[in-house]
Design a binder for this molecule. Structure first.
Ligand code: SF4
Length: 417
């Protein structure tokens, strides 16, 4: 046990942050680092990308908690797209961003020559799945690599052993049904370039299957037109990745950074997933010999999960059971309803910002960093004018209620559906 303790490396827990609010929540709930998008060169044009002022505030906030901020600049550049990128890289370097996540060799060259000192991490868009590839990119100044999701745990162990490039791997979140970063489905369906920030997730649409007598069986988009011979809508997506049951394996194999997918996900999702992985990682590092997976962690993850979870390519090639060809087999049981803004210890009154409808009589669950939880029945509440109300129907409205146990700002509230 002593030997294990001295050789285990503490991995970074890396969380998505689509907005400044999500960045702060991720850090409050225990992320060691967050990744965000700027207003250019990223792959999530519809995520709430950061302007320079927001980036500055986010970096200052994260650094004050000892956390890092990475900026995704991993688009594929067509002629002209790279214009202004040198200035962009210099600005975010001077803001104090800790690294950029980058994939296009043109942008890598520009960053290395025009913004020296800005650390570069190779994006998963480059589909790097072997150590020679990592060593190649190291020669161009990249210090870390986000591996392709198609790599196995055995391969990761070999890669970690044979390179000193830092290894970042996705451990939780949505999978691409296509080879990561090599998909043009969205370009074809909606003329939106998945490799330049426009993926419309066409793989997750619901399609009809048609039998075409002259053309064999083809897949066509349809909404119940004549000729549909399979009633279930068909989609091409995979279940999500979830590695909560394999934290010891991940840490022992030497992965440096454990990445959670989902810059467009809610603060409910980010807080819940970060909270659970934080607890599992710390628990294992504190005492590897007596570590055990707790069912409450798995249950907690499921409260925010959007699809079933599987281990992706870590242990085997995903089987048919890990695809979502038909309808979802499990539906999310909880709904995010509010966030605690303030708490008065003397009166035990919490001030809440509404995020979804809740009403008197509901059983609501409070949770906060460190996996604090309590459940209570909502017996009464008042609005901002101290008038008693039965329902909180308006998004972002402020209400006050008495709580049975102390809560803190940034605690979240959910209720069973
Ligand atoms: S359409 Fe689906 S498979 Fe293609 S890039 Fe988007 S999410 Fe990935």
């Amino acid at each position: 046990m002593t030997e294990t303790l001295t050789t285990l490396k503490r991995p970074e827990l890396l969380a998505p942050a689509g907005t400044l609010e999500k960045l702060k929540i991720a850090v409050h709930y225990g992320a060691d680092a967050v990744y965000i998008g700027g207003e250019a060169y990223g792959l999530r044009s519809r995520a709430g990308n950061f302007d320079f002022d927001e980036m500055r505030e986010g970096v200052e906030f994260a650094h004050s908690y000892g956390a890092k901020v990475y900026v995704a600049t991993n688009m594929v550049t067509h002629p002209g797209d790279e214009q202004g990128s040198g200035e962009f890289f210099r600005t975010i370097r001077d803001i104090g961003v800790d690294a950029i996540i980058i994939s296009d060799p043109a942008l890598i060259h520009i960053c290395a020559t025009e913004a020296p000192g800005l650390e570069m991490h190779l994006s998963t868009q480059q589909s790097a799945v072997n150590y020679e590839t990592l060593n190649f990119w190291q020669d161009y100044g990249l210090t870390r690599c986000v591996l392709g999701r198609e790599v196995s745990m055995e391969e990761i162990a070999e890669i970690c052993a044979k390179t000193d490039v830092e290894i970042e791997a996705f451990i939780h979140g949505a999978m691409c049904i296509s080879y990561s970063g090599r998909c043009t489905l969205s370009n074809h369906m909606e003329n939106r370039d998945a490799n330049r920030g426009g993926c419309c997730q066409s793989c997750r649409w619901r399609y009809g299957l048609f039998e075409m007598p002259q053309l064999d069986t083809r897949i066509m988009k349809g909404r119940g037109e004549e000729g549909t011979n399979i009633k279930e809508p068909f989609s091409m997506s995979a279940v999500d990745l979830g590695m909560i049951e394999h934290i010891p394996d991940i840490i022992e194999n030497g992965i440096d950074s454990l990445k959670i997918e989902g810059r467009m996900k809610s603060i409910h999702y980010v807080s819940t997933v970060v909270n659970v992985y934080r607890r599992a990682i710390d628990s294992y590092l504190e005492d590897p010999a007596s570590y055990e997976l707790k069912q409450e962690w798995v249950d907690e993850i499921w409260k925010a999960a959007q699809r079933e979870l599987a281990t992706g390519f870590f242990y085997d090639t995903p089987s048919e059971d890990e695809q979502l060809f038909g309808k979802r087999r499990r539906i999310q049981q909880y709904q995010f309803v509010g966030q605690v803004l303030d708490y008065d210890e003397t009166t035990q009154i919490a001030t809440i910002q509404q995020r979804n409808l809740f009403e008197v009589g509901d059983t609501i669950e409070f949770y906060g960093p460190g996996m604090r939880h309590h459940e209570q029945t909502l017996e009464a509440m008042v609005n901002e004018d101290d008038e008693a109300i039965e329902r909180a129907p308006h998004a972002m409205m402020i209400v006050k209620m008495k709580v049975n146990q102390p809560v803190k700002p940034h605690d979240m509230i959910r209720k069973a559906r």
